[in-house]
Design a binder for this molecule. Structure first.
Ligand SMILES: NC(=O)c1ccc[n+]([C@@H]2O[C@H](COP(=O)([O-])OP(=O)(O)OC[C@H]3O[C@@H](n4cnc5c(N)ncnc54)[C@H](O)[C@@H]3O)[C@@H](O)[C@H]2O)c1
Ligand SMILES: O=C(O)C[C@H](O)C(=O)O
Length: 309
């Protein structure tokens, strides 16, 4: 199996490192536009192999997509991260062009690949990759939901003083402050979370989750990479190993949840064909209203992208 990660910065290099460490693919190609940067990161990860005992090969390339030819999965992390005071949507002007040109190269060299977009604004950059690649929707998907859900699960594990392994949760909507956490579908080893935590504490955790990315940007001056890189690698693993894992993933909705032609995070089954199936939950009125607000927010930015041309 061959996996390419475009963008050898914080998220891309972390993703490649996790893929190598877990031996998800035997060939992992890192590509960046900065001269020598991807080569250096790939070499560093390869030199860690004798210490951590993995045999996945990491190869770096400066803007040379021939090295990535016939990749099974391509993860796109290239683009600017936000700085304090910015929203993810502020990145659209620069990142749309980057995602477009990267996708053109992916299509040329890996026409059968499954594309996982990570660059922000996530839902709209996934749309950009779809517009450029014209790949079917199961092969152009975005990573955000695993990360957002992980933040939610980590906060809950801390509040309840239990292992994060035992928190099961799902979250929907766009990767922005309008994301839709679903406490009704959150359990701790099968116990509904609402039986274990009081309403106000849970509410505070839900609100913190929605701005979880911003919290890290404020702390670090740039956005997160360990959890995002690992989340993208988890999606790659589900595809490469045909695991049929159930994850929240950004995909073009074609009527599910009564929504058409909009990119949003929803629970899906992830396997060798990318998204194997979109799962439709029976949302209640309040959840539906929150999802609709999220759809509107994403659609507005999709419209901005269309005007950019
Ligand atoms: N979806 C998510 O949940 C999520 C999480 C974290 C970060 N992000 C986004 O991921 C992106 C990357 O974040 P980061 O922290 O790794 O940034 P970074 O600046 O560390 O890395 C980005 C890399 O992209 C490279 N690049 C720029 N243009 C390129 C091109 N045309 N071709 C190839 N490489 C190119 C840069 O040289 C840089 O090395 C940002 O847009 C960020 O907002 C998304
Ligand atoms: O917050 C950001 O800008 C990066 C990413 O979307 C995140 O949620 O960590």
């Amino acid at each position: 199996m061959k996996v390419t990660v475009v963008g050898a910065g914080n998220v891309g290099a972390t993703c490649a490192d996790v893929l190598a460490y877990r031996e998800v693919a035997n060939e992992i190609v890192l590509i960046d536009i900065k001269e020598g940067f991807a080569e250096g990161k790939a070499l560093d990860i390869w030199q860690k192999a004798p210490i951590d005992l993995y045999d996945s090969r990491t190869i770096g390339a400066t803007n040379d997509y021939s090295k990535s030819a016939n990749s099974d999965v391509v993860v796109i992390t290239s683009g600017l991260p936000r700085k304090p005071g910015m929203s993810r949507d502020d990145l659209i002007g620069t990142n749309a062009g980057i995602v477009k040109s990267v996708t053109e190269n992916v299509v040329k060299h890996s026409p059968n690949a499954i594309i996982i977009v990570v660059s922000n604004p996530l839902d709209v950059m996934t749309y950009q990759a779809h517009l450029t690649s014209k790949f079917p929707r199961n092969r152009v998907i975005g990573m955000a939901g695993i990360l957002d859900t992980a933040r939610y699960r980590a906060f809950l594990a801390e509040a309840l003083n239990v292992s994060p392994k035992d928190i099961q949760a799902i979250l929907m909507g766009g990767h922005g402050d309008t994301m839709v956490p679903l406490p009704r579908y959150t359990t701790v080893a099968g116990i509904p979370v609402t039986e274990l935590i009081d309403k106000d504490k849970l509410h505070a955790i839900l609100e913190r989750t929605k701005v979880g990315g911003g919290e890290l940007v404020k702390l670090m001056g740039t956005s997160a990479w360990y959890a995002p890189g690992s989340a993208a690698a988890q999606m790659v693993e589900a595809i490469v190993k045909d695991q049929r894992r159930v994850f929240p993933v950004c995909i073009k909705l074609e009527g599910e949840y009564g929504i058409k032609d909009c990119y949003l995070g929803v629970p899906v089954i992830l396997g060798k064909n990318g998204v194997e199936k979109v799962l439709e939950l029976d949302l209640n009125g309040e959840e539906k209203a929150l999802l609709e607000a999220s759809r509107k927010a994403v659609k507005e930015v999709m419209d901005v992208l269309e005007k950019l041309g």
